[in-house]
Design a protein around this ligand. Sequence first.
Ligand code: 13P
Ligand code: SF4
Length: 332
Amino acid sequence: MTAQLHYTPEIARQTRPIYESLRHVIPEVEWGVHAPYIAAINKLKREMNAVLLVHNYQTPEIFHGVADYTGDSLGLARQAAETDADIIVQCGVHFMAETSKILCPDKTVLIPDLEAGCSLAASITGADVRLLKERFPGVPVVTYVNTSADVKAESDICCTSGNAVRIVESLGVDRVIFLPDNYLGRYVAAQTGVELILWHGTCEVHERFTGAELRDYRKRWEGIQVIAHPECPPDVLEEADFVGSTKGMIDWVGDHRPNRVVMITECSMSDNVAVEFPEVEFIRPCNLCPHMKRITLPNILRALETRTHEVHVAPETGARARRAVEAMLAVA
Ligand code: 13P
Ligand code: SF4
């Protein structure tokens, strides 16, 4: 459907300011490929009253070229709840698009690739949660947003990596079922002293990091600051100078302006942050999330042109899931 796109002098002129900021993460020779898509997407989204919610792990040409809002899972959920656009295009993974649909049942929510999943979301079903609730009656269920709508619908309250500690503390109980990220759960248990009944889910990207690797960075790169996402294994988090959500990590770099830093997380994020802080040296181990990388400029344009792929959540499931997501938004 997309007409042949050409890198015309007019598109070069229009997109020049964006390219200037991306110069040290995107080679000039690649710009002629991205720029026509960026111009077409930005035009079409205005005509359609659509917003693009872009996760911090998206590639720099998406993150800096076409986003209306960027952020971590919590920030994007907040933006979805507040937007008055007719259409939300979720540039992230499927659970993020479902969260937007849960919060905005009357809006059209599109995801450019339906296969953009998540190993955490795939690790647990609504039926699993029902069994856990039978086994531990009366124990509140806190569910990471990296889950399906069915799982959220069985939960008392959701959390993200940015607020998990606050959410668990807000319940004022000494025992919680915490699903499905085992490593995030262990981190939250250590921070709160609350007993957490855990699941065996892990993030296929963050579980690959090791404490030994971090110690090696410290040996090889003098003075390096090591900051990590709480989906990493415990030995990694023990080695880190700071642990936080993707937004927490970005804010930490902005506040501390280290000379040299390594972000122990998905690797596109370092490129996105390096654009904002060119004076900071980023050491970049490259662990890509294959699901996040399914989102591209061509399929974002196709999503707008064809209004696909629309994300649906059954109304009854959506209403129950919304209670858990809104309970989270009310706390933090
Ligand atoms: P954040 O909420 O920290 O952005 O994390 C989402 C995610 O998928 C991390 O892998
Ligand atoms: Fe899921 Fe991990 Fe990818 Fe985040 S990085 S979307 S948790 S698989």
